[in-house]
Design a binder for this molecule. Structure first.
Ligand code: TYM
Length: 352
């Protein structure tokens, strides 16, 4: 069966959104609105897999929603909502907890990274996090999932869960009227652009992340012009005397590669063109990177300045943000409810 093309993705309301979220995912989300039915979620159920202060969580959910809109997501055209208002996510996640295998979850590198050495003390929610993520996507039978490179493994798991559900319940899926035995689609990751993995400004081998203790490692959407300029100025480079002369050489210099990739994504150019800027300005001095850093600062301020101002404006009216989330939740539930009803029939539950 051909599934209707539908986009789903989400971000966690933990800390402030940063340039990695913006370049790795958000730019794709915005573009996909032009061609697809899109559902964009603030994944608050995922957030509480690690401790969140209840006094701050509501504000964080509203802030991420404001950021979605400020970046260019249109709440009329796309569905914007927070996950905990649509209980179908948690219901389907339970079914998937019973479909996914322990061995599959044991392979998840993100759990290993986040749980660290104190694994015994990690929440059970953190462990089954990828099952909930599969439920987020499949509660809508979404076919396309725009994400950064770090979510690839989770999406592979979502595909495995979809396939195992289809296999395990094949006979009942057919009985429910799906002649080909396919109930869930295989969701496709959409990982595109020059910045699918934005790295830390302090260490070119680590990804830019909300959970990194040093704020100097990332550019936040809420950073002002001075903070952006300062962070880029102090961004780590290397001691080589000359810029890389081609993309192959660039690859071997992770910090420089990262800055060139970020500049390309912000300026809407290719990495090759961005490397051209570095080569052309390398003689300006005092360092070979001064020119690129100046261009990068200008591009970042030009893109992020208006977004920051718009987030501040939207946060002035939290009731309006809550209204948008309530409306989005209702529209999301209208799609997910009938799919969950069918899941219950297929699994063999009695329902009235
Ligand atoms: P989260 O909140 O960590 O990140 C949100 C999105 O930003 C991307 N991203 C990056 N891209 C490039 N470089 C980086 N340094 C970088 N850091 C983050 C992420 O890949 C992601 O696309 N598990 C997800 C949220 C989620 C979800 C889903 C996504 C929950 N359910 C269903 C898609 C579909 C997460 O924690 O993203």
């Amino acid at each position: 069966m051909a599934f209707k093309e539908r986009v789903f993705s989400g971000m966690q309301p933990t800390g402030s959104l940063h340039l990695g979220n913006y370049l790795g995912a958000m730019l794709q989300w915005i573009k996909l609105q032009e061609t697809h039915e899109c559902i964009y979620c603030v994944v608050d159920l995922h957030a509480i897999t690690v401790w969140q202060d209840p006094g701050e969580l509501k504000d964080a959910i509203r802030k991420v929603t404001a950021a979605y809109i400020a970046c260019g997501l249109d709440p009329q055209r796309s569905i914007l909502f927070n996950q905990s208002q649509v209980s179908e996510h948690a219901e389907l996640a339970w079914v998937f907890n019973c479909v996914a295998r322990l061995g599959w979850l044991n392979r998840m590198t993100q759990f290993k990274e986040k749980a660290g050495k104190d694994r015994e003390n990690a929440s059970v929610g953190l462990y089954v996090y990828p099952d909930l993520m599969a439920a987020d996507i499949l509660a809508y039978k979404a076919t396309h999932v725009p994400v950064g490179d770090d979510q690839k493994q989770h999406l592979e798991l979502a595909r495995d869960i979809a396939q195992k559900f289809n296999n395990d319940f094949g006979k009942w899926i057919e009985k429910a009227g799906h002649a080909d035995g396919l109930f869930f689609p295989q969701p496709e990751p959409v990982i595109t652009g020059p910045a699918t993995r934005v790295m830390s400004l302090r260490d070119g081998t680590k990804k830019m992340s909300k959970s990194e203790p040093s704020d100097m490692s990332r550019i936040n959407l809420m950073d002002d012009t001075d903070a952006i300029a300062d962070k880029i100025k102090r961004a780590k480079t290397d001691m080589e005397p000359a810029p890389p002369s081609n993309l192959e050489e660039l690859k071997a210099r992770p910090e420089v590669d990262n800055l060139v990739g970020i500049y390309a994504a912000l300026a809407g150019s290719t990495k090759e063109e961005a490397l051209g800027v570095l080569i052309a300005t390398a003689k300006e001095g005092p360092s070979i990177f001064t020119g690129l850093k100046r261009a990068l600062t200008e591009a970042a301020v030009e893109k992020l300045g208006p977004i920051r101002a718009e987030i501040v404006r939207l946060m002035d009216d939290p009731a309006e943000i809550d209204r948008i989330l309530a409306d989005g939740s209702q529209r999301a539930r209208a799609i997910a409810r009938p799919i969950l009803d069918e899941v219950k029939d297929i699994v063999g539950f009695v329902r009235s």
